[in-house]
Design a binder for this molecule. Structure first.
Ligand SMILES: [Zn+2]
Length: 400
């Protein structure tokens, strides 16, 4: 092995964030002071720790925390256990969907303790609100390119560890993305531009399926309240992805925007934001507004801001289904959020979040939409377009 110092924080997290804070703090101190090489330790395979040759810090870095104060929502099975079970979609020990295992946290060496803490806390909040889905990983990038570059190495190590068939040539750092800009890595944009996204890796060719949430120190940064809401938004993407267990078929077209999974989720092979982003943004904004310490008028205020995108959409003439991520003249996320608010007003929050999503795979998008919302997606969009063409004071009356 090359002589580079890899400081790795791998933590398995569920609930009990107060405990988690202490654990991470201990880890950081111990790691930096006493060891130069830390082995990657998978909490679910403790038996393997015998094979490692370098200093293992299993006691401090690998910690499963049982949630002791799960409150609020009466959700089923949101606690973590050592072994994983789920509605597994295939043989070969591949797990996808609802899980009992804990998510894992990987942070770049320059990420602050506060940054880790707030990320873990709100990832756990998502689990508490909507259930535990995965397998999931949380990757946190800091402010420096050096830190991000170190996280790239950890990414590759973890990938190969979990899936020996991982394509290290293209799906690990390649080229020189930080320097010349010619190349790619999972995290290279994050220190400068900020990032928050979920990558879902459920593909025929992979030996391990997972969703990875990546957060950074910018836009929003961990000191901003908006950071918490963004984690909920991203966690809802993990929930959405977990509802469809059919892996992506490698169709060889080289276009990551088209997939059989998109077709099941949205009735379209091409990935477009309207209901996926609208759903995530509605859930994040609505559920964040209900958390303690968030001001009374938060939800309505945010929805009023989002309503400013409606006139641009309504005069555009295209159906919201046809609008891509590259639309710059008005915000399709805002329109999608209002569309989901409209659906929920016609039905209920649970109908959208639970009933519709739970039958997507079995029925397909169009049939699931019609069954749970009472009309076709196109008919609902037509209806929404007429309704949305009203003063915002009228629109906000439908908000819960
Ligand atoms: Zn999103």
């Amino acid at each position: 092995m090359k002589k580079y110092v890899s400081i790795l924080l791998i933590l398995t997290m569920c609930g009990g964030s107060d405990d988690a804070l202490l654990t991470i703090e201990d880890t950081t101190t111990t790691t930096v002071a006493d060891t130069t090489t830390i082995t990657i330790q998978d909490s679910n395979t403790n038996t393997e720790s015998q094979d490692t040759t370098t200093t293992t810090v299993a006691d401090t870095t690998t910690t499963t925390i049982q949630d002791s104060n799960m409150n609020t929502e009466p959700q089923d099975s949101n606690t973590c256990t050592e072994s994983s079970t789920s509605d597994s979609s295939s043989s070969n020990n591949i797990i996808w969907g609802k899980v009992t295992s804990c998510f894992e946290v990987y942070a770049a060496p320059d990420v602050t303790q506060q940054h880790i803490d707030v990320s873990v806390e709100w990832f756990n909040k998502g689990i508490e609100l909507w259930g535990n889905y995965g397998p999931a990983e949380l990757w946190i990038v800091g402010k420096s390119n050096d830190g991000s570059r170190a996280l790239d190495d950890i990414w590759c190590d973890v990938r190969v560890e979990k899936d020996p068939t991982w394509n290290t040539k293209w799906d690990c750092l390649n080229g020189d993305p930080y320097g010349s800009g010619d190349g790619w890595s999972q995290f290279y944009r994050c220190p400068d531009q900020g990032c928050s996204f979920v990558s879902t890796y459920i593909r025929e060719s992979l030996g391990y399926y997972f969703s990875a949430m990546t957060m950074s120190a910018k836009y929003p940064g961990p000191e901003e309240d908006d950071y918490k809401k963004v984690i909920l938004h991203e966690y809802f993407h993990i929930y959405q992805a977990a509802q469809v267990s059919q892996p992506e078929i490698d169709d060889g077209d080289g276009d990551w925007m088209t997939s059989n999974r998109n077709y099941i989720e949205t009735g379209d092979y091409v990935q477009r934001p309207w209901i996926t982003e609208g759903g995530a943004e509605y859930m994040a904004t609505y559920w964040y507004s209900k958390q303690s310490g968030v001001s009374e008028g938060y939800f309505e205020e945010r929805m009023r801001w989002k309503a400013e995108s409606l006139p641009g959409y309504l005069s555009d003439g295209r159906s919201m289904r046809e609008v891509g991520y590259d639309n710059n003249s008005w915000n399709i996320y805002d329109v999608g959020t209002w569309f989901v608010a409209y659906i929920i007003n016609q039905t209920s929050e649970e109908t959208f979040r639970i009933d519709f999503y739970s039958e997507l795979e079995e029925l397909g998008f169009e049939a699931a939409f019609e069954k749970h919302f009472g009309k076709s997606a196109d008919a609902m969009i037509e209806e929404f377009n007429s309704w949305a063409n009203q003063p915002v004071d009228v629109l906000v009356e439908i908000l819960p």
